[in-house]
Design a protein around this ligand. Sequence first.
Ligand code: AHR
Length: 521
Amino acid sequence: MADKAKMIVDPSFRIAEIDRRMYGSFIEHLGRAVYTGIYQPGHPAADEDGFRRDVMELVRELGVPIVRYPGGNFVSNFFWEDSVGPKESRRPRLDLAWRTLESNQFGIDEFQKWCRRTDSEVMMAVNLGTRGTADALNLLEYCNLDTGTAYARMRRENGHPEPYRIRTWCMGNEMDGPWQVGHKPAAEYGRLAAETAKAMKLMDDSLEFVICGSSNIMMPTFPEWERITLEEAYDYIDYVSLHQYYGNDEGDTADFLANTLDLETFIHTIECTIDYVRAKRRSKKQVNLSFDEWNVWYHSMQKDNEKMTREPWDLHPPLLEDHYTFEDALLVGLILITFLRHADRIRIACLAQLVNVIAPIMTEENGNAWRQTIFYPFLQVSKYGRGYALECPLTSGKHDTSKHTDVTDIDATAVYNEEKGEVTIFAVNRSMTETVDFSADLRAFGDGLVLDEHTEMAGFPVDAVNSAENDRAVAPKKTAEHSFENGELTAQLRPLSWNVIHFSGYSADVARASHLPCGQS
Ligand code: AHR
């Protein structure tokens, strides 16, 4: 029998208001993300611009407020001006990152339009690999300015009179990685990022900049990379990027689900490194985190590596098409819980990626679009994880795994949406075998709070997957394994389960009244 788990949920224990951009995602020119993913002229679901309506519907369902573009490794040799203007005169290029032919039939203007249709904002990356400050300025002028100068004029002549007003800009991609075209040592990159951000701000001072942090926690330069680059660029940038992907090559589920302990360390170390540089510079400015690539990525890796060395250059070959399992969905839920706990510093996060490439949404080239297992936890946290992230003291039994110690059986957190009077608990039971009695004390919310719904993803084999034919095979289902009385929740969380427990009806006035001693009003 597993130990009981207990949590306290109180609306006054606020970590921070969650930035809506926490539920961002990423579209790279890679594999079938763009071509036959979001864009496929001639497909029965395509609109007048060739954007797949079935995909846009799923993107809107996920509620993705910001999408990073166009890479990724792709951006480090991207010539943006080849991707605009009349389609018949656009020049194809070799994409060195993914050994692919890029037709440039979809580019800056199409992506802007697509984002408008999906209610998303663009997060644009500039090429600091093979290009630099001047090119970044030209792209910024093309996107955001309304002047009579060459690039702003070029956008208007291409049929886009209104500036795009893109606010968030990434200073290249994974520049710490030796695989990156144009990879640089930390100090050199830090100077380049600083000077580019400085110059771009002279053109448009409403912009925010993301500097490249470590490509993952195992990078030999982590966290010196962050210290050195920040010492060069602290005054000019607003966010440090973090990237992290997880895999379970060894088939060790218990250890796979303990990966968020390393994630905690990663986030904490970057927060501390930023604050160290801030203190050293006696700066008042707070730099935050942009976790702009995160996911599970390993199912397709070996096959793709072989394919990229063997096969000839081709247009949009299927790459990184991980077919996600039930246990992957559990880890995605755990990652989101971890992010919510750091909502004071993680202001942007991008699930990498969005369509076909390590993605929650898949498309059949000659068929429909469908939801992978990981679609569901992301959907539920994006839907209910708006408002204030709460600090929720939690006690739980613990276990050890092959590479981690003191892993809590339960990981959980809660979000309070003041505007809607709603509270939502997100909880994962990592125990492979035991149901855990979970209780949550919500008495601070007073009378009036009602439990609307408890859903769980549970009871599936760890390798269960969805498909184009059935994308609800692995999906949340309602459960009645709970009771809620006098502000005390008790719920039975099944082994290996993702739980979302949603309450509504909270009113601060009712709560205040129910806390007053008898006779007072
Ligand atoms: O998301 C796939 C790739 O992973 C991106 O291009 C790169 O930034 C990272 O290494």
